[in-house]
Structure formats: structure tokens, C-alpha cells
Design a protein around this ligand. Structure first.
Ligand code: MIC
Ligand code: SF4
Length: 624
């Protein structure tokens, strides 16, 4: 039978039958963690008492919490470095770059599976591997040698026809896909790109597209491994990692779309969802205060070639602050060597660290009511650190010309080939530490033990702690940013911030009533992989989340920590009293809203292993 590339990659990592919609278990070759999710992942891994990681390669990156105001971030880094060395994990020091950019450059291999405790792990799928984002506990289990459980995805084919026109970018392709499929259109699907247009895209451009597949809620997004892949691996001095890979001729897909690159125009995702996509000309010349170029979506050398071509000989508008954050030390060194950095500085850019930085609200928050254009992937409410700011997501080309003009502008008439594509890459890897398998774990005072959770009973009466609408992101549930991120290894402390930008009384209510139930609508928990968005609510006594639908990673995180995710449409207001009864086979739930006098009976579609997890109170109780 002719197979899609996705099916081939999955089939090569399991002995099970590929049955769409059913749980499947795949072997994981590589893992990655980053510091903001990594502290939990390694605490979880340590609790499993495994002598060393069982994967072919595991890498621990430090790229999120690099602000280091106070001792907490630095203590987390020291903890991560000590565990990595002891347990056989490669350690990428702060300053080496954003995990996804560095992994693509130095470690990702066509044909392999990669599981990462960050939702943008599929960036590496630009090279032809199957890279999936997951919660830290899933990654800890993979490091301990356990297979990863996922819903066997449907495969969506997007055929790229033609060639991108001047000023139109890989970012516009994924913004187009987001416009077509929306932020929930990819749940339990892998997006597979084919067609003649693929050949014209370099690996970093493909990675921009697979990176932002996370915003579709997709399990992953994959590109074939072809001559462009070989070209990139050769530049990275890794040609031996190349294997050609593509879908079989005649493979059949669950959904099929075509994008004509010849007619694609520059696009922009408007506040405050990545799928609020319109054309740049449609949105018009809105005045901007800030422009930021970087993040794991658009911070490659190829991106900076375009930006520098536009900025050469021009000046950043006096009313705009232009920040640039090269995605890795490699990119930084290359733009330094090629003179691109000087061009950018001469134009008036501010150089930021090679890290996540403003993408996760670590600095560079816009001014009150500020308009910020960013080459990033998320523009959720409050994420920038300024609640009144409006964040627009754009390509590097749109960002650059808008920084010059001071208003949102189209780059289609700009000259973009002032700087050449690279003939070789710079790499020294001197911020990459190999494990020594000795030493001891260093734990600063802010790193607290993991909380223990009991199973939620099948019958309980509890109050509604919060009632929410569609597309609630993990940034709403458990915000990040400079104030909160230092507590990622301290659940008690971080729980103070649970939902605090949405409803400042959430925690107070949970403490008063001993927790209860969260009620929401479609696509609950979209966005990041942070398991804190499950652990903190569980710590506050949340037993169940009732929503019309869930985002993939978050649903798994809820089950992993013993919160029951129920797909049902229930109307409830805050403090309504709910009586919940799950039947003995876990196939049906009855939810009685005692306050309103209504009852909903909904089917439950858990597989046996999920029921076992819920009955144990979570994966950690089962794994230990
Ligand atoms: C994000 O982009 O939201 C993050 C920060 O990278 C998260 C991980 C985290 O919250 O630590 C993600 O995408 O998974
Ligand atoms: Fe870092 Fe932003 Fe990428 Fe998340 S989306 S990994 S915060 S750069």
C-alpha cells in the first residue's frame, strides 16, 4: 500500500497497526527539553530512578528564562546542567540559542523521531523527521525508554504550487494555512507538504512553516527530505545524516489543499489569535511602535539576509523600536562575519540575546496601547507582558520595511538579494557540553519537590471555579513572562498566577472551596506544552475540565496529572454547583447543574490506558 511520509515515519517506529483515531505507541529516538519546562521534566525523570537516558540523543537547552533577575533562573540552569551531565544528556548553555533553531542546525536527522517538551518542537520536521511537542512528563518517560503514546493522526496534504514572489515569504505560507484551517484545524492531524513549491524552499524556510503548524494544533507538520535537505546538512557539516524521504507515489490523504505560491501575498495575523489572518494591504498602514525580529519561527540566517537587504542604507523610523534576536549563536556569528549585523545596527536596530526573550514576555513589553509587529508565532492576550498592547504576527520582510516606514507596509517592491545565501556555516559548538556521567544534582532553594496527587473519584459534587469561552490558551491558564517564569520549578508559588490575567480571584476561589471544575468551550488549552497549566490547577484542587473540545498536548497533560477532560457542552456560571457521576466502565458521564436544575449526559471516549492513568491519579503515580 502506498504510504504518506507521516505513515512511513510512524510505521518505522512502531510494531503496531496504524489505525487512525486510535492510540498508538512510537519509539522515540531523540528528545529535547528547554529550561522553562525542563526543570519539571528532569524532576520527573529523577523520580523514576533511571541511571541514564535511553534515547539515541537527548538535549537540554536553556533559552527561555535567561533574564536572571534574582537567583531562581540561574539556579534552574545549574540544576539542569548537573542533571544533564549525570544522566547522559547533552547540555546547550544559555547563549547558544533557541532550542528549535539549534536542534535543526546541529542535531535533527531525517527519518528520526524527536519528542520535545515545547510545542514548537515540530520545527525540526523541516528536515524530514517526525518531531512532536509534548508535556514534560511524556518527555521524561521517553528519556526513560518508554514509547510515546499519541492518537494516530489523520494526514493532511498541502500541495505547494509555483514559487514565492518577491517580498512574499515562507511565513506567509503558514499564515495562509492558519487562515484556511484555523487554530483548531490541525488537532490530531499531521500536515504534510508536497508539490513543486517545496523544492524552492530551504530547510530553515520549511522549518518556519512546520514551527507554526503548532498554532494549528497539529501533532506535527512534515516536509520531505530531498536535495535541499542534503544541501543544508552539508552546510552544517552533517551530510552523513542525510537520507532521502518522501511519500509514496499515489499515497492517499485525509484532506487535501493547494496553495498557489505565485499569487500568495504578504499576510499578517491580527490580535489576538494566530489565525486572525488578513493581507497586509487589507489591514492598511497602521502606525507601529515596536518591531521585533526573532523567535524560533523566524530567526535563521536566511531571515536576516532578507531583513538586511531591506534595511541597507535606510534608517529605522524614529518612533519605532526595532529589536533583533538571532536564533542561535551560529546565526549571530554568521551575521557578524558577513557584515549583516553591522548593516542592521547602522539602520538603528537593537541587538537582543539569542534566546526566546520577548516572545515569552521576557523583556521588551510594548508601551501602553502599543502596536507591536513581531516575526513570532503567538499573539495571545497578555503574552507580551502589556495587556493593552496589540500584537501582529508578520514575516521578517514585512517587519523590516514597516520598521523603516513606521507603519505596516508591504515589502513586495523591495530589493531582497543584497546579501548572498551562505556557502558554509560557522559552528564551534563550544556552548554545548557533553555529559560526563558524574557529579551530583544541584538544587537551589526555589526548586521544590513534585506535589503528589490522588485520583479524582468517579462521583463528586463541586463548584464551577471558572467559566470560559473558545480557544483558551495555556497563556490564559498559566501565563509566562518575567514575573512568573522564575517559579516554573515551584508549583505552590506558580499556582498564585493561575488564570490571574483572566480572573484575579481564581486562586482565592479554589482555596475557599477546595477546588472544583473548569467549564469552557472549543479548543481548550491551545498553545504551549507547559504542563504547569495542568499541574497548577490540579494543585488548586481542579478535578475536571468540561469543554466542547481540547487541544492535543493540553488534553494529554490533564490526563497525565489526573484531571479528567470531558468533551461536552455544559452551561454553567461561576460557583454553580455540579454533581458529576462517571459510570463504572468510564464510558459515560452525567453532569447535573444543581444550581440551574439542568442535566447533561455525555459519552466518554477514553481508551483503557487513559482510564488506568486517571484511576491512578496520573502518569507519575503509574510510572513510579
Ligand atoms: C511558548 O512558546 O509558549 C513556550 C514558552 O515555548 C511553551 C513552553 C513553555 O511554556 O515553557 C511551548 O510552546 O510549549
Ligand atoms: Fe521560545 Fe517563543 Fe519559540 Fe516558545 S515560541 S520556544 S517562547 S521562541
Amino acid at each position: 500500500m502506498a504510504l504518506t511520509l507521516t505513515e512511513k515515519l510512524i510505521a518505522a517506529h512502531t510494531d503496531e497497526k496504524l489505525e487512525k483515531g486510535k492510540l498508538i505507541h512510537i519509539r522515540i529516538d531523540q528528545t529535547l527539553t528547554q529550561d522553562a519546562t525542563g526543570t519539571m521534566a528532569y524532576l520527573e525523570f529523577l523520580s523514576m530512578n533511571v541511571d541514564k537516558v535511553k534515547t539515541e540523543l537527548s538535549v537540554s537547552y536553556v533559552d527561555h528564562n535567561t533574564l536572571q533577575s534574582g537567583f531562581m533562573n540561574a539556579d534552574d540552569h545549574a540544576f539542569l546542567q548537573s542533571v544533564a551531565s549525570l544522566k547522559g544528556v547533552v547540555f546547550s548553555k544559555p547563549g547558544n540559542g533557541i532550542c528549535h533553531q539549534v536542534h535543526l542546525e546541529r542535531f535533527a536527522k531525517p527519518g528520526k523521531t524527536l519528542l520535545g517538551s515545547d510545542s514548537h518542537t515540530p520545527t525540526s520536521s523541516g528536515i524530514g523527521c517526525l518531531a512532536i511537542g509534548a508535556g514534560g512528563l511524556d518527555v521524561a518517560c521517553a528519556m526513560a525508554g518508554m514509547p510515546f503514546t499519541l492518537v494516530m493522526p489523520k494526514v493532511v496534504n498541502i500541495e505547494l504550487k509555483g514559487k514565492l514572489q518577491n517580498g512574499v515569504s515562507a511565513k506567509d505560507i503558514i499564515l495562509k494555512v492558519l487562515q484556511m484551517l484555523t487554530v483548531k484545524g490541525g488537532v490530531n492531524k499531521v500536515i504534510e507538504y508536497t508539490g513543486e513549491g517545496v523544492k524552492s524552499l530551504s530547510v530553515p524556510e520549511r522549518a518556519t512553516i512546520t514551527n507554526m503548524g503548532a498554532e494549528l494544533g497539529a501533532t506535527s507538520s512534515v516536509f520531505p527530505s530531498d536535495e535541499r535537505t542534503l544541501e543544508y546538512l552539508t552546510l552544517q557539516n552533517r551530510s552523513e545524516d542525510y537520507v532521502p524521504l518522501s511519500a509514496d507515489e499515489g499515497a492517499s490523504y485525509d484532506e487535501y489543499y493547494v496553495i498557489d505560491l505565485n499569487t500568495l501575498e504578504p499576510l499578517v495575523a491580527c490580535p489576538s489569535q494566530p489565525d486572525q489572518v488578513r493581507s497586509v494591504t487589507d489591514v492598511g498602514p497602521i502606525k507601529v511602535n515596536q518591531v521585533l525580529i526573532g523567535s524560533c519561527t523566524n530567526s535563521s540566517y536566511y531571515d536576516f539576509i532578507k531583513v538586511a537587504s531591506i534595511l541597507k542604507g535606510k534608517k529605522v523610523n524614529p518612533n519605532v523600536s526595532l529589536g533583533i534576536a538571532p536564533g542561535s549563536k551560529q546565526v549571530l556569528r554568521m551575521i557578524t562575519k558577513s557584515g549583516i549585523l553591522d548593516t542592521l545596527l547602522e539602520a538603528g536596530a537593537r541587538l537582543l540575546e539569542s534566546a526566546c526573550g520577548p516572545c515569552i514576555g521576557m523583556g521588551q513589553s510594548p508601551c501602553t496601547n502599543g502596536i507591536s509587529l513581531r516575526t513570532f508565532n503567538r499573539n495571545f492576550y497578555g503574552r507580551s507582558g502589556t495587556e493593552s498592547a496589540s500584537i501582529y504576527l508578520v514575516s521578517p520582510e514585512v517587519a523590516a520595511i514597516s520598521a523603516v516606514n513606521g507603519y505596516l507596509s508591504s515589502p513586495v517592491r523591495e530589493k531582497l538579494d543584497e546579501f548572498e545565501e551562505p556557502r558554509e556555516f560557522v559552528f564551534d559548538d563550544n556552548l554545548v557540553l557533553q555529559p560526563t556521567f558524574d557529579g551530583e544534582v544541584i538544587m537551589g532553594p526555589n526548586i521544590k519537590p513534585l506535589p503528589h496527587f490522588e485520583a479524582v473519584p468517579k462521583e463528586f459534587t463541586a463548584k464551577t471555579m471558572i467559566a470560559l469561552g473558545d480557544n483558551i490558551s495555556t497563556d490564559h491558564i498559566m501565563p509566562a513572562g518575567a514575573k512568573v517564569l522564575p517559579y516554573r520549578s515551584n508549583i505552590e508559588r506558580i499556582s498564585d498566577f493561575c488564570f490571574y490575567q483572566v480572573d484575579a480571584d481564581f486562586k482565592k476561589r479554589c482555596v475557599e472551596y477546595g477546588g472544583g471544575v473548569i467549564v469552557a468551550n472549543e479548543n481548550y488549552g491551545q498553545g504551549s506544552s507547559r504542563e504547569h497549566a495542568a499541574i497548577a490547577p490540579r494543585y488548586l484542587g481542579i478535578k475536571m475540565v468540561i469543554a466542547k473540545s481540547f487541544a492535543r498536548i493540553h488534553k494529554k497533560n490533564l490526563i497525565n496529572f489526573g484531571i479528567i477532560p470531558v468533551e461536552a457542552s455544559v452551561r454553567a456560571d461561576v460557583l454553580d454547583e455540579l454533581k458529576v457521576t462517571i459510570n463504572s466502565s468510564y464510558s459515560e458521564v452525567t453532569i447535573e447543574n444543581i444550581t440551574k436544575g439542568t442535566t447533561v449526559v455525555a459519552p466518554l471516549s477514553f481508551e483503557q490506558e487513559e482510564i488506568t492513568l486517571l484511576e491512578k491519579g496520573g502518569l507519575l503515580n503509574l510510572a513510579n
